[in-house]
Write a protein that binds this ligand. Structure first.
Ligand code: FAD
Ligand code: ZN
Length: 472
């Protein structure tokens, strides 16, 4: 084994190989601390050629590779198994912006670029790279593409898949596929990049990408609306789409319980409206006109919603500080729920037309099974994506409540299936959902996925056991 590691060290240099336990430790555990693995080593190549060299050595030895970006994934996809025989391949040293082309509206970056660095590079070129999520300071673009990340601007700009024009990938054989094309039209056969996007590292290693840039908006307007029900939120969404067109950038829903948890666990937070409402929507518009024009637009739109009794109350941010405060409310929900105690997360998507009924039916089913259970429901309503998380009833120990995870997942996900939704909207499958997808995807779809895996990774060394359960 020492000899194998020496050969890896010869490829990546002394800074590229980590085997001491203390340095390895944070790479062996996932963000939510639900999965802990072991690893032969952490390998940190600094170039595509070095990644290719490492993969060739691993293929020769049949050593499994677990790619890791910022390790912020929520499904255990970047955590090695317990065998201690896998290597973790961190892309963090590959963090260069290779090229900016403002005329073509593209950016070419290496996979280890933190998402904030990509956003900043776009801003420096007076452009926008719209992918945005609460983990953006830590997650890396390679991880974002491998999970097909969503976030808060999907409604207008699409998810990571829709923001990618080209990829460079080290294949499981150690060969390099240079697909770094910056073309918006290219009908020369199968769109291979789409296989690697959202593949969670199971088909190859993304080493670089050509990303789409957009004009940078000059004015933003942000508001919070209090509502009686998800039905009203959906009606407001429909009107907002009609009225604001593509200026509508974000439409985020959260329930009053979400707000209550944030107020309880974040001392400097405060309720956005004078009175409390069962649900709230954070709505944001962005435009190439100045902020006054967009603010006026939003004001008029929300006034019309109040007149139509769709909304109970509404407030618009009058300063950047207020805008940040509004977003902080929305983005602190996950943390606040975690501070309340361990919980059972669901990241589901549904057709907009089924969302309200899904919430009503599923919450009633959970209440029947576990009286007093607390559903912490929030998410990207504009994308049909709910984070439908379940906390223990007040007074019930959160850790012991987790014993119900299997039955609660079954109630929620069977309901998702009933309404023709998906059990993973943006977080992926990883280890967390690899068993469950067998229940919700058809055998023929699973078989097609296994065939793709076998074709691109015949030795089964690319992140085995993630997304697809092991068959041997
Ligand atoms: P990692 O966690 O390191 O890896 C994720 C997966 O990708 C693993 O399977 C890994 O093996 C694989 N991988 C990583 N890099 C590569 C590569 N270069 N080549 C091949 N495979 C690779 N997600 C959303 O979609 N929307 C959100 O709004 C959102 N909000 C979040 C908020 C918080 C506070 C946190 C902690 C997470 C959030 N997430 C969200 C989840 C997470 O941030 C995303 O999944 C993110 O895209 C993961 O990026 P990462 O670099 O941390 O990847
Ligand atoms: Zn989300």
């Amino acid at each position: 084994m020492r000899e194998f590691l020496d050969r890896i060290a010869a490829v990546v240099g002394p800074h590229g190989l980590v085997t001491d336990e203390a340095t390895l430790e944070p790479f062996l555990i996932d963000w939510r601390k639900r999965y802990i693995g072991r690893a032969l080593a952490l390998v940190r190549p600094a170039s595509t050629a070095e990644v290719a060299g490492v993969v060739r050595l691993c293929a020769a030895e049949r050593t499994a590779i677990v790619p890791q970006g910022g390790n912020t994934g929520l499904v255990g996809g970047a955590t090695p198994d317990a065998s201690g025989t896998q290597i973790i391949l961190s892309l963090s040293r590959m963090n260069r912006v290779r090229a900016v082309d403002p005329l073509n509206n593209t950016l070419t970056v290496e996979a280890g670029c933190p998402l904030v660095t990509v956003q900043q590079a776009a801003r420096t070129a007076d452009r926008l790279f719209p992918l945005s999520l609460a983990a953006e300071g830590s997650c890396e673009i390679g991880g974002n593409l491998s999970t097909n990340a969503g976030g808060t601007a999907v409604l207008r700009y699409g998810n990571a898949r829709e923001l990618t024009l080209g990829l460079e990938v080290v294949l499981a054989s150690g060969e390099v596929w240079d697909g770094l094309r910056g073309l918006r039209k290219d009908n020369t056969g199968y769109d291979l990049k789409q296989l690697f996007i959202g593949a969670e590292g199971t088909l190859g290693i993304i080493t670089a990408a050509v990303l789409k840039l957009f004009p940078r908006p000059r004015g933003w307007a942000t508001g919070i609306v209090g509502l009686d029900s998800p039905e009203n939120a959906l009606m407001l969404l429909s009107r907002a789409r009609e009225r604001f067109g593509e200026r509508l950038t974000s439409f985020e829903l959260f329930s009053d319980l979400c707000l209550e948890l944030v107020l309880r666990h974040f001392a400097d937070s405060r309720a956005p409206l004078h009175t409390r409402h069962p649900f709230y929507v954070l709505i944001e518009l962005a435009d190439s006109y100045g902020p006054e024009v967009v603010c006026e637009e939003l004001e008029d739109g929300l006034a019309a919603a109040l007149d139509a009794s769709l909304a109970g109350d509404a407030v618009i941010a009058m300063s950047e500080a207020q805008t940040r405060e509004m977003w902080a409310l929305r983005e602190s929900i996950s943390d606040a729920q975690a501070r309340e105690g361990k919980n059972i997360k669901h990241d589901v998507s549904l057709p907009a037309s089924a969302l309200a009924e899904f919430i009503a039916v599923t919450s009633a089913a959970l209440e029947r099974a576990h009286p007093g259970v607390r559903v912490v429901c929030f998410g990207h309503l504009g994308d049909g994506n709910l984070h439908y998380n379940v906390s223990s009833p007040v007074g019930v120990d959160a850790d012991s409540f987790l014993a119900n995870q299997g039955t609660i997942n079954r109630i929620v996900h069977d309901s998702v299936a009933h309404f023709h939704g998906s059990i993973s909207a943006e977080h992926g499958v990883g280890q967390l959902r690899r068993g469950e997808i067998l229940r919700y995807k058809s055998p023929i779809e699973m078989e097609l996925m296994r065939k793709v895996k076998a074709a691109l990774d015949p030795l089964g060394i690319m992140n085995p056991g993630k997304l697809l359960a092991r068959t041997n």
